[in-house]
Design a protein around this ligand. Structure first.
Ligand code: PGA
Length: 266
């Protein structure tokens, strides 16, 4: 697991966007796993900038979002469908048919969850999954205590998450109490995971995720078992980490140059 501490939110966002852009440039039909919330907004803004200024092409890209509230129609301004449309999709050239979010209005929820898993498989699996982290250590809506092997399913939201989300609704009673979420097992199947966290209210969750034992009580700790995970944090979210970490992602350029020199001299 690679931990990268950036100076601020903007630098964190730029690095995350550049990692996603690299995947898209190498594989135009890349399958992206996307997240909602305040954390990835800067990443999306940077991807939009790259699309507009550098021609980053999303015309073949396929996306799957982590989660959606149950009972909010896609046009509701607090639905994750709406969030993604407003904050990313309408600004880039992704075909609407390539966009997937869990269907929070489907009455056959069990079948809808199975279909979502199947669609991810049919697309060839997720190449890179962007993740936020809750102050309680959740990833997507996999709240503390979620099975570490879980698949896409319906979850009741944790009291803390409902409280955290109240700021987006007029009244706490308006906050949805259920969501469809990719499971922890679904997330772990992604070829690469990039977890982002900024602000001091995430510092404790990040410290446990990076330096604590793996436990279902802090679902984010599962990324320790992922073969290709990068956690990018700003200074505030890094403030409770005990060990020293790099400020730039591991770069193999030097190692490769060394191999080449060795080959030339032999
Ligand atoms: P946030 O949410 O980006 O709005 O802080 C992250 C999460 O709960 O996963």
């Amino acid at each position: 697991m690679e931990v990268v501490i950036k100076e601020n939110y903007q630098e964190m966002s730029k690095l995350a966007a550049s990692m996603i852009a690299e995947v898209v440039r190498k594989k135009p039909r890349a399958v992206l796993g996307l997240a909602t919330g305040s954390t990835p907004l800067g990443t999306y803004q940077e991807l939009i900038r790259m699309h507009k200024e550098q021609g980053l092409d999303f015309s073949q890209v396929v996306t799957f979002n982590l989660d959606e509230y149950i009972g909010l129609p896609p046009e509701h301004d607090q639905s994750y469908h709406y969030f993604m449309q407003e904050n990313l999709f309408k600004h880039i050239n992704i075909p609407p048919g390539n966009i997937h979010l869990p269907p929070g209005m489907d009455e056959d929820l069990v079948a809808a969850c199975e279909r979502y898993e199947q669609m991810i498989r049919d697309a060839g699996g997720i190449d890179i999954q962007l993740l936020g982290i809750g102050a309680n250590g959740h990833i997507a809506f996999n709240e503390p205590g979620s099975s570490l092997g879980s698949r896409t399913r319906v979850k009741a939201l944790d009291k803390k998450t409902i409280e955290d989300n109240t700021r987006f609704f007029e009244h706490i009673d308006d906050v949805p109490k259920f969501a469809i979420t990719m499971g922890i097992g679904t997330i772990m199947d992604s070829r690469r995971v990039v977890m982002l966290a900024n602000k001091a209210n995430k510092a404790h969750a990040i410290a446990i995720t990076v330096e604590g034992p793996v436990t279902a009580l802090v679902p984010a700790t599962i990324v320790q078992l992922h073969p290709h995970a990068t956690i990018i944090v700003d200074q505030d979210a890094a403030s409770e980490l005990k060990r020293a970490y790099e400020h730039t992602p591991r770069d193999l350029t030097e190692a490769i140059a060394y191999i080449r020199r060795q080959k030339q001299s032999s």
